[in-house]
Design a protein around this ligand. Sequence first.
Ligand SMILES: Cc1cc2nc3c(=O)[nH]c(=O)nc-3n(C[C@H](O)[C@H](O)[C@H](O)COP(=O)(O)OP(=O)(O)OC[C@H]3O[C@@H](n4cnc5c(N)ncnc54)[C@H](O)[C@@H]3O)c2cc1C
Length: 407
Amino acid sequence: MTLASSFVTTPDLDDQAQLYTDLNDPEIAGIIAHINEEHIDELLGFLRAFSPLSAAELEHTEVQLTAIYAEGICLQAKSLATRPIDSKDSHRQPQSFFIGFAAPLTQVDELQEQYILLRQRADKKLGKKTIKLTRQVFVVERSYKVSENMLRLELSMDSQGHRHDSSSPDTVPTNEAGYAYLFDLAHNAMTASSSQPSKNTAPPARAQVYYTLRKAWRSADGVQAWVDVFLHGDTSGGNWAMALQVGDTVVTKREFPEKVAHLHTGQTLLIVDETSMPTAARLLELWDNPTPPLIICVTQDAADQKYFDDITLSIDAKDSSKNSARHHIDRHFTVLPMIMDPASVGQNVAPQIDRQLADYLAKQPLQIDKVWGALEAKTAKALRPLLQKRLGLERSDVVVKVYWRHD
Ligand SMILES: Cc1cc2nc3c(=O)[nH]c(=O)nc-3n(C[C@H](O)[C@H](O)[C@H](O)COP(=O)(O)OP(=O)(O)OC[C@H]3O[C@@H](n4cnc5c(N)ncnc54)[C@H](O)[C@@H]3O)c2cc1C
């Protein structure tokens, strides 16, 4: 049996420790805690793809990553169902599953790559879009402000994009909201220092930053794209974006789709800040649900609320199947603006968001069915249970992602 395809039920933690190689690295505990906090969906995906648990059982299963060994990861699945879901679910004892990496780790630095490979394998088995580790090269066409603190980068990749390594304009998605690229800031620091050796070009504190593909479209020459960068002071990402010149190349190292498929039905609520406004804007342009969403938009500066002013909600022209044009509909989406006190930036503002929602729902009774949001880590973590309670929703209906972390 190869490790790559293996999953083993290991009922006892002591058994696991004897079977697999401990990584003995002080970072592991923090990595496990982070994955259990932010990546539960992926862990459930691993169980769905690699364990014998049925979809019905997994609906009522709590999953936890319990260990990372050189050979793979151990997941513990605990049934929350009060009665057996099907004949296989004869007991409510937690079950442990070992899922093997494609290749055993020799050091903890290799974990990220092996974890991504695991995710790709699981997503492929489940028929889902997945994370990619490709390198893409775009060229900067121009940049300009679209609101007080939001800088738009206009990028292109011509049909000769493949000249640059694996770049291919065909793989840039034109019909997806929230598709994110990991930008390699170090690439520009290196090119700047080699072309202008006298200039002060200290490497950025962060070598890579995620930004969303705000929008992309095909042109005669290849593909054009917008990326909107929120400028919030003297930071690696903002400085990188501001320093880019027409004709510079920018390089991406990783890309992945956002989890927004649950927004196709029912009354939806989007909760965004400056970092997730680009995803919400594209969601609105590609809106695929007869009911417009309610949006809570949290910004540090009132002037950035303008970002949504020019966005039009559109729906697919499903009736004319040969024509892929989109029709604009007159029904408007509602934006509830929230301007934060500068002192609260990076603090947990979940209670304020919950109160704003409660006040609105008291005046406009709405049954919210699904939520998508992306915010700062502390707020995102605190907001999930508040929303589940207030709206009476299941965990899977409330997707609130971490897009940034306050130091
Ligand atoms: C999937 C995904 C998609 C994203 N898409 C976008 C996007 O389209 N546009 C965009 O602008 N951002 C986006 N982000 C967020 C962006 O990656 C982070 O804000 C990142 O930290 C910015 O890097 P930086 O170098 O500016 O700041 P960092 O080096 O991360 O931090 C420097 C300082 O700035 C603070 N800081 C970081 N982010 C913010 C913020 N948003 N507001 C206030 N203070 C902050 C930190 O606490 C720290 O003190 C996305 C993140 C993810 C995970």
